[in-house]
Design a protein. Structure first.
Length: 378
């Protein structure tokens, strides 16, 4: 006769995976697992009365517990999920005792980089023309896990104010989740750095834009330029200005003050005179000269001990208008003979510089005679 042998009671240590539990999964996705209930001898216990409890613990130590529902023929199955990358522990217990292989050690890998990735670097600090600056793209998935930058294409480009593309001078992966891109430009102005990531260049996602203001470099002595052509002629007693615009070695106009400019003039008698320099605090500097002695002056503008480009320059100072008090006889008048006589006069401006005068404006009249003479300039 036939004898039916039933399985004994469920024995925790004999219970095992009904199917292979994946040892890794991606953050945000679920991992499925199943346990077959067995007795001490390894026989499947088809009963649905066993109570299996699953305990999970993620990389942050966050724990969760839940019951495994019975599916069929003594198999209990469920799934678990984690949004935190790193180690993930799955324990399955029966009456407080771990089943065979429990706790199971799984690894949660980050999801694909997302637009939650973070950008940092010296580009945020108003870099200087001619000096390299960088942008670090720290890859983060949608759950803020550090993503693997080596498995994706990360591209950072810089656009100028006209939209022209300027590729990075170099780009490299730092660690495993950060891509460092280095830029170098010599033209000051406003730029935008655009960073994208994707599986290929055809499938890119924007990570974010960085507005960059590249400042001019330090003032360059040899590249300082005049605002207007230097004045070459001036009138005695009239203030004359020499204005220069400070630029860096790349030709970028400086828009701030503070540079060390000085100026002096060499007079016609070879003496020197220090000129007053005004800092307009917009990158422009003016040297003022008030010359009262007619003749040729040499103007020097100096920055940090070196002559500024286009200097020295010459300034020809002309006499001003002759004045009445500046008209003098060249020699004392001792007497005039009967007939025609010649008298010589010297005319000068208010500063004593020889000055021309309109002969038609000068009249010489004798006290004893109504005769008016002709004035002939020499």
């Amino acid at each position: 006769r036939q004898i039916t042998v039933f399985a004994a009671n469920v024995f925790a240590a004999a219970c095992a995976e009904n199917s292979t539990i994946p040892r890794s999964f991606v953050a945000g996705s679920s991992v499925d697992f199943a346990i077959a209930s067995k007795d001490f001898f390894g026989n499947v216990v088809p009963s649905s009365t066993s109570v299996f409890v699953a305990l999970t613990k993620d990389a942050d130590g966050l724990q969760n517990s839940f019951l495994l529902p019975h599916t069929q023929n003594g198999v209990y199955a469920s799934s678990a999920m984690s949004t935190r990358s790193g180690g993930f522990e799955l324990s399955i217990l029966l009456a407080g005792v771990h089943v065979s292989g429990s706790p199971f050690q799984l690894e949660v890998s980050p999801a694909a980089p997302s637009n939650k990735s973070r950008l940092s670097g010296s580009a945020f600090g108003n870099p200087i023309a001619g000096q390299p600056f960088d942008v670090n793209a720290h890859m983060l998935d949608q759950f803020l896990n550090s993503a693997d930058a080596t498995r994706n294409v990360v591209q950072s480009d810089m656009l100028d104010s006209y939209g022209a593309r300027i590729p990075a001078a170099s780009s490299a992966v730092v660690g495993s989740s950060t891509v460092n891109s280095v830029f170098l430009v010599t033209k000051a102005g406003n730029y935008t750095i655009v960073t994208q990531v994707g599986e290929s260049l055809l499938h890119m996602v924007a990570l974010g834009n960085v507005a960059v203001e590249v400042r001019p470099a330090l003032p360059s002595v040899r590249n300082t330029v005049p605002i207007l052509p230097h004045p070459t002629v001036a009138l005695a007693g009239v203030m004359t200005f020499f204005t220069v615009q400070a630029v860096d070695s790349f030709g970028n106009l400086l828009t701030t003050g503070g540079a060390n400019f000085s100026a002096f003039s060499v007079r016609p008698d070879s003496s020197t005179y220090v000129l007053n320099v005004t800092d307009h605090f917009n990158g422009q500097y003016s040297a003022a000269i008030l010359a009262t002695q007619s003749g040729l002056y040499d103007i020097y503008v100096i920055r940090d001990g070196a002559e500024v480009l286009s200097f020295p320059t010459s300034l020809n100072v002309l006499s001003g208008q002759a004045i009445a008090s500046g008209i003098k006889m060249s020699s004392p008048l001792k007497g005039i003979s009967i007939g025609s006589s010649m008298l010589e006069f010297i005319t000068s401006d208010q500063y004593g510089n020889p000055a021309l005068i309109d002969p038609n404006l000068v009249f010489i009249q004798s006290v004893s005679s109504p005769l008016i003479t002709n004035v002939i300039p020499r």
